[in-house]
Design a protein around this ligand. Structure first.
Ligand code: CMX
Length: 137
């Protein structure tokens, strides 16, 4: 597998509109896309910082992963997403190295990407996402 770059850093927030007051109003970044990912029970807002994106994550349900994260750990960095050449192959590769998997095959995430997660307990406390397109080699 090849990790090409950090695609985005996911940040769990209680309210995207409140968080944008900082990211847009103070840092001067621009939110270019707001999208709900039903499958993940989140609303997402994307801002570009050079090549890397910030993904603000607001839960859309009390039992969603982001709601549970904020309840237990508070707002803050939720995951790092690495852009890989082929998500399903990268997931297989991680599994073959005995990494604890959340997703064994990819699913559809924001911005049309194929995504899959590795459990933070086997990635040194950082929830790790692979994202990209399975049809890209
Ligand atoms: N980063 C680091 N550690 C985390 C974490 C995170 N984001 N979320 C949970 N944990 C820790 C918990 O604090 C807990 O640690 P302790 O046992 O030391 O207290 C442990 O992981 C819990 O693990 P668990 O019981 O297996 O799982 P949970 O029910 O807490 O769920 C997780 C955690 C990561 C498996 C779940 O949130 C998940 O499947 N996430 C993947 C999907 C996701 O996060 N979607 C939202 C983003 C979608 C998007 O970007 O589009």
């Amino acid at each position: 597998m090849e990790v090409k770059k950090i695609e985005h850093i996911g940040i769990a927030v209680k309210s995207i509109s409140e968080a944008l007051k900082f990211y847009e109003g103070v840092l001067g970044l621009e939110c270019y896309n707001i999208e709900t990912v039903e499958d993940q029970k989140v609303k997402t807002a994307f801002l570009k910082v050079g090549e890397v994106k910030i993904e603000l994550l607001e839960s859309t349900a009390d039992d969603g992963p982001v709601a549970k994260f904020i309840e237990k750990r508070g707002e803050g960095i939720h995951h790092i997403a690495f852009n890989v050449d082929h998500v399903d192959k990268a997931l297989e590769h991680a599994k073959s190295h005995e990494i604890r998997m959340i997703d064994e095959v990819s699913r559809k995430g924001a911005e049309g990407f194929d995504i899959g997660f590795l459990h933070p307990k086997s990635t040194f406390g950082v929830l790790t996402e692979f994202c990209g397109n399975n049809n890209e080699e």
